[in-house]
Design a protein around this ligand. Structure first.
Ligand code: SF4
Ligand code: SF4
Length: 282
């Protein structure tokens, strides 16, 4: 279990606890301001990447002092976790409101509206405060080239979209807006997602790995390597001698995308906590 499970989930998966999506948390004035600032200033994400580049150029002893402080602040404000599709389904089944909206990361990195982000809440759509907050921010943000604004979805519709995003290799993540309030689920990829870039390219993790790790059943694996091409974390290698795929548990984020790509059903997700190698890797 990650540290948020201990702190905000009473030892269970914190992102499956309904209170972490609650309206009470959203009604906090600081949180509303934080969300407004986040959506109004997508360029802030690019600046944060520049700051991380600057941090990485500093002498190592300065980095070792600054990094824990910055990480603590990140975890307090806006932090994520990789979540596989079956747990996304559980979140969607708990939610009373689901809206699809443009991704702030892609807005900053590509300048386009890519609808990879979802706001979720436990209250009915008519009381969905996060939607109201976002709607009030900036009409341009929600009515750009695609001009669809916030799309309200049923659980079933959202799930179909998540399956489609999974088939495109996108990694599902949940995000806090002043922890522990979870305001959104995003669909990340390495090339234009700032969160993945911070975590993987700039060595500043802004998200936990999933509560799972992947494993390959050699009896079912035919060595086709589809899983290897799908893994965004470089966690799968191919053994020429055995003609099988292998998962490096030290690299695996537990997203489950490889499992979707394996037509032989050779990949399963196991509990991270049961793995002596991966249980302390977050
Ligand atoms: S996709 Fe499945 S069958 Fe193909 S190499 Fe990976 S684990 Fe083996
Ligand atoms: S090995 Fe599979 S579960 Fe692990 S990070 Fe790669 S795609 Fe995700």
């Amino acid at each position: 279990m990650c540290e948020f499970c201990h702190r905000h989930g009473e030892g269970e998966k914190w992102y499956l606890q309904a209170q972490n999506y609650s309206q009470d948390l959203l009604s906090d004035l600081n949180r509303r301001r934080f969300i407004e600032h986040f959506f109004k200033n997508p360029e802030m994400l690019e600046k944060s990447q520049e700051k991380l580049d600057y941090l990485n150029r500093l002498p190592s002893f300065v980095r070792s002092i600054l990094t824990p402080f910055l990480l603590k602040r990140q975890k307090r404000n806006h932090y994520g976790q990789v979540v596989p599709l079956e747990d996304i389904q559980k979140i969607l089944e708990m939610a009373n409101s689901v809206v699809r909206l443009p991704c702030v990361c892609r807005k900053a990195s590509l300048g386009t509206e890519e609808r990879y982000c979802y706001g979720v809440s436990m209250v009915p759509p008519e009381e969905f405060k996060l939607g109201q907050v976002i709607r009030s921010i900036d009409a341009d943000y929600l009515n750009g080239p695609e001009a669809r604004g916030l799309e309200t979805l049923t659980t079933g519709e959202a799930l179909v979209q998540f399956r489609d995003l999974e088939s495109k290799g996108l990694c599902h993540t949940v995000w806090t807006f002043l922890t522990p309030f979870i305001g959104g689920i995003c669909n990340c990829d390495r090339s234009d997602c700032m969160a993945m870039q911070s975590t993987l390219k700039r060595s500043f993790s802004v998200m936990f790995r999933a509560e799972y790790v992947a494993g390959v059943n050699p009896e079912l694996c035919n060595g086709c390597r589809k899983c290897m091409r799908a893994c965004q974390f470089g966690a799968i290698s191919y053994s020429a001698a055995r003609e099988k795929a292998e998962v490096d548990l030290r690299r695996c984020y537990g997203c489950g995308i490889c499992r979707s790509y394996c037509t032989n059903g050779a990949i399963v997700l196991n509990d991270r906590s049961a793995s002596p190698i991966a249980s302390r890797l977050w």
